[in-house]
Design a protein around this ligand. Sequence first.
Ligand code: NAP
Ligand code: GCO
Length: 265
Amino acid sequence: MATNIFSLEGKNAWITGASYGIGFNIAKAFHAAGAKIIFNDIKQELVDKGIAAYKAEGIDATGYVCDVTNEEQVKALVEQIHKEVGQIDILVNNAGIIKRIPMHEMKRAEFQQVIDIDLVGPFICSSAVIPEMMERREGKIINICSMMSELGRETVSAYAAAKGGLKMLTRNICSEYGEYNIQCNGIGPGYIATPQTAPLREIQPDGSRHPFDKFICAKTPAGRWLDPSELGGPAVFLASHASDAVNGHILYVDGGILAYIGKQP
Ligand code: NAP
Ligand code: GCO
């Protein structure tokens, strides 16, 4: 019987920050492809909510409280996963925040917090799982990058610096560990309708659409925000043997934003 190269049967996948949003939807797609789901979030109440949300989808996910910026917590979590679930075959560095503040008004601590979560976190989590992947000579790491890995815009200096760095961290993990049959790729989502972008879609006091909402729809060939579920297929591809020859690549799932000059107003 031909093997399904997109199958994740028998694989354990750890998705960071996946109680909801993009991480949750990637986990759902991984489960549908056969993977066991492990996730962490920063607060117990979020983990509890996440476990309930997964259960409602028929997914028996294992959730842990862990701050991806805390090296001790991450190392302890990896040990706990090994004990309670098993090896980690797939890591998705999804946890992330954004702060939208004009750079000249941004405090250093605010800039640092975004860098810590969005760039140092993926470094810490990847460093924690790479040794076992090296031993097994097999592993998949997927970093959730962004349009801001390629483009800048007002008020997102820290986020763009972090996501630009995450693109190069992705390429460097590919370069340093490809010989161990570890593939590290990125997904660069476009504008996705999740809590992180909710402020950009808020209906205005006069009942009109947020200007940024209209702007993004004009910049997206499909003329709409993307749904987080639309990231599932690309993530399964990068987590499966179908992408064993793909390494150091950032797969933009942006509805064509990067290809398009934008609709004339
Ligand atoms: P989200 O709805 O804000 O979810 C982010 C998740 O990460 C939340 O559960 C959050 O927990 C968790 N988290 C934050 N800091 C953490 C930490 N230190 N340790 C562990 N977990 C932490 O964001 P999203 O829209 O799903 O985005 C997920 C990823 O995709 C992020 O990396 C984001 O930058 C990226 N992305 C998003 C878009 C988009 O349009 N939405 C586009 C491109 C890329 P809390 O609830 O406690 O904050
Ligand atoms: C913003 C948005 C974007 C998206 C995403 C785009 O304020 O511009 O939050 O940064 O989150 O990263 O790919």
